[in-house]
Design a protein around this ligand. Structure first.
Ligand code: NOJ
Length: 552
């Protein structure tokens, strides 16, 4: 361990917070997708040294913490969510020393750091999986993963009918005839969490990163670790209709795992946090992940998936506040991440996209660029006024749209290949982000290399082009984030006001927020306008605009 790992919190903003008002209850956390953030080595893939160098720009935005998607040793079959070694940095991203330097730099800037933990599956290159393959059927090494004999006369059929989230069967047969389960890519075998060694290994992993000084973990597929006894077939239609529990997602005994992790984190100082990536519905089921003795936050994906509609948003905001409130947890709002179509594009797509399919150059769904930018900014201004925590995804502060112009041979997401191109996948939200309009790779990488192609539009949207423009998306994010902190909106309470069926209005502390989701103009309340999601050109609010007004 290096010096950086043992230092105490260097900044007053990182001081421990009191129970009930822990920092994560109201924090805004900025997601860094390391491959696409900043590339210091020039190989076209972002890295930890690149992140460290650009952190001041992120601190300046006014966020409280950063979450880094995986940078661990990995063959990168699923962009690092296929981990071969949970306690080492992949050479693509640097070294453990680079990690320590990045962490120290973040802490010095008053930013907390959350890392990504992937406990549902490892890479097939993980030492345990290689051992399991070599050890053969019946061995203890196979019990740490989910190996089964197949069905059919000679075991030629998979053990059940489960399908991979990325397309195709969730089982792959190995040369000795057994099959192993992978809810995602073939290269991502699922662990068997019934084996005690698996739980023990992850506690060691948690401690490894906690000892280095991280402030918490975002937990990948947190709803997937526990599978139903006997691995029964699934009826996807019944699951979708809510009349059957999924045998692999949201099983009740998954919660035991997080109670243990809760205790591991609680033994450390500084209010460390666990955030669940749990795609379960309804909200009450999601909120179970954040009961007082489990995790602390759960991404509110029900909110993320809600269309730009006043009635639906009103409902989901109410339901979220009450479902999370019932277990004493804050709601955790989110609009974009590395798995979903960027909200700047998504909320304006006509017709609405099919969930999880992504969009590409020939998709029927199209978004008008002007409408989509206004709407994307309005959605953010609405979200950042809500009480609770929130996540923002790198590049949304620049108003980046989803990139559709990526050729089939350039696409990297396994979803695209596994579905024979039927689903476009997630590459469109993962394109390396632009920093300087006139630099090679728009400042992402000095050599000009990028692992996915950047569109010419990145020149206009580059951070340096927006830096001094008071009307830019960057300026709006910065202003909203600073005001949110100054006015304590994250710890506030929401009180609805009636403004008709196609608009939303609420008070949070001293401000009134009005959002126009319809076509008719809406009055702006009297008071000092603190924030407008787009420059206001009249005394009333046009479609797809949000204002924050100081009314008391
Ligand atoms: C969720 C992650 O966010 C996604 O990127 C990944 O492909 C799957 N989990 C599998 O780890």
């Amino acid at each position: 361990m290096t010096d950086a790992s043992t230092q105490s919190a260097p900044d007053a903003r990182l001081a421990p917070t009191a129970p009930g008002s822990e920092w994560w209850r109201s924090a805004v956390i900025y997601q860094i997708y390391p491959r696409s953030f900043a590339d210091a080595s020039g190989d076209g893939i972002g890295d930890l040294a690149g992140i460290a160098a650009r952190l001041p720009a992120i601190a300046d935005l006014g966020v409280d913490a950063v979450w880094l998607s995986p940078f661990y040793r990995s063959p990168q079959k699923d962009a690092g969510y296929d981990v071969a070694d949970y306690t080492d940095v992949d050479p693509l991203f640097g070294t453990l020393d680079d990690f320590d330097r990045m962490l120290a730099e973040a802490h010095a800037l008053g930013l907390r750091v959350i890392v990504d933990l992937v406990p549902n599956h490892s890479s097939d290159q993980h030492a345990w999986f290689q051992e399991a393959l070599a050890a053969g059927p019946g061995s203890e090494a196979r019990e740490r993963y989910i190996f089964r004999d197949g069905k059919g006369e000679s075991g030629e059929l998979p053990p059940n009918n489960w399908q991979s989230v990325f397309g195709g069967p969730a089982w792959t047969r190995v040369p000795d005839g057994q099959w192993y389960l992978h809810l995602f890519d073939t290269s991502q075998p699922d662990f068997d969490w019934n084996h005690p060694a698996v739980g023990d290994m992850f506690v060691d992993v948690l401690r490894f990163w906690l000892d280095r000084g991280v402030d918490g973990f975002r937990v990948d597929v947190a709803h997937g670790n526990a599978k139903a006894e006997g691995l029964p077939d699934v009826d996807v239609e019944l699951v979708a209709a809510g009349s059957m529990d999924s045998p692999f997602f949201g099983q009740e005994h998954v919660h035991e795992i997080y109670r243990r992790w809760h205790d591991v984190l609680a033994a450390y100082d500084g209010d460390r946090v666990l955030c669940a990536e749990a795609w379960v519905t309804p909200l009450e089921k999601m909120a179970r992940f954040v009961r007082p003795d489990e995790m602390h936050q759960a991404f509110n994906f029900v909110y993320l998936e809600t269309p730009w509609d006043a009635k639906l948003l009103h409902e989901v905001i109410d339901d979220s506040i009450s479902a999370f409130g019932a277990v004493g947890a804050p709601p955790t709002w989110v609009l974009s991440n590395h798995d979903t179509i960027r909200h700047r594009t998504r909320l304006a797509l006509v017709p609405p996209p099919i969930h999880g399919a992504g969009i590409g150059p020939t998709s029927r769904s199209k978004a008008d660029p002007t409408v989509s930018l206004r709407r994307g900014r309005a959605a953010t201004a609405l979200m950042l006024a809500l009480p609770g925590g929130a996540y923002v995804y790198q590049g949304e502060e620049l108003g980046l749209p989803e990139v559709t112009a990526i050729e089939p041979h350039e696409r990297q997401d396994p979803t695209f290949a596994r579905t024979g191109g039927e689903l476009w996948g997630r590459d469109g939200c993962r394109v390396p982000i632009p920093w300087e309009s006139a630099a090679p790779a728009y400042g992402f990488s000095e050599t000009g290399q990028t692992w996915l192609p950047q569109p010419p539009l990145w020149g206009e949207l580059a951070r340096d082009r927006q830096e001094h423009d008071p009307d830019s998306t960057l300026a709006m994010y910065r202003r909203a984030l600073h005001l949110r902190r100054e006015l304590g909106l994250g710890t506030g309470t929401l009180e609805w006001l009636d403004v008709g069926p196609t608009a939303l209005a609420f008070r949070n502390g001293s401000i009134t927020v009005v959002a126009n989701l319809g076509h008719d103009a809406v009055d702006v309340p009297r008071g000092e306008i603190l924030l407008a999601s787009s420059p206001l050109d009249s005394a009333s609010l046009s479609a797809d605009e949000v204002v924050w007004v100081r009314t008391s």
